[in-house]
Design a protein around this ligand. Structure first.
Ligand SMILES: [Zn+2]
Length: 135
């Protein structure tokens, strides 16, 4: 799909593609989607922080997590999920951050979102360089 076609993709289609890409469970709490847990489009870079409504900025999340995260940063909320004993899909989240930065580089603009993603990637890297905690 070309970037132009992708921008034209409808919201419901983007949700379907995000679930196909990341799996049929909430990236934050890991609950499987179903009639009682419908998927929603979660913006990694919140719209109020300049996040575009692109597939690269959207991951599937349950309503509860989507609403509860609010405008918290990606890594801040990821760590909150871990404190609650959930297993957030860090691989899917970091993959989307990388893909989003790549899409911004390719399409241009999005200065606020670019700065936001770069800051989150630095925080993810700091997490990765920390010694592993005992399981
Ligand atoms: Zn959730």
């Amino acid at each position: 799909m070309s970037p132009h076609e992708q921008r034209q993709t409808s919201r419901s289609e983007r949700l379907r593609l995000a679930v196909e890409r990341d799996g049929a469970r909430c990236v934050w709490c890991g609950r499987a989607f179903g009639p009682l847990v419908p998927p929603t489009r979660e913006h990694l870079v919140p719209r109020v922080k300049g996040g575009p409504s692109w597939l690269e900025n959207e991951v599937p999340a349950c309503r509860r997590c989507n609403a509860e995260r609010g405008h918290r940063g990606v890594v801040e909320w990821l760590e909150e999920c871990e404190r609650r004993g959930w297993r957030p899909d860090e691989v899917a989240i970091t993959r989307s951050l990388d893909a989003l930065l790549e899409a911004i580089t390719e399409r241009g603009g999005q200065r606020r979102a670019r700065a936001y993603v770069a800051a989150q990637q630095r925080r993810v890297r700091r997490r990765a360089s920390r010694p592993a905690r005992d399981a």
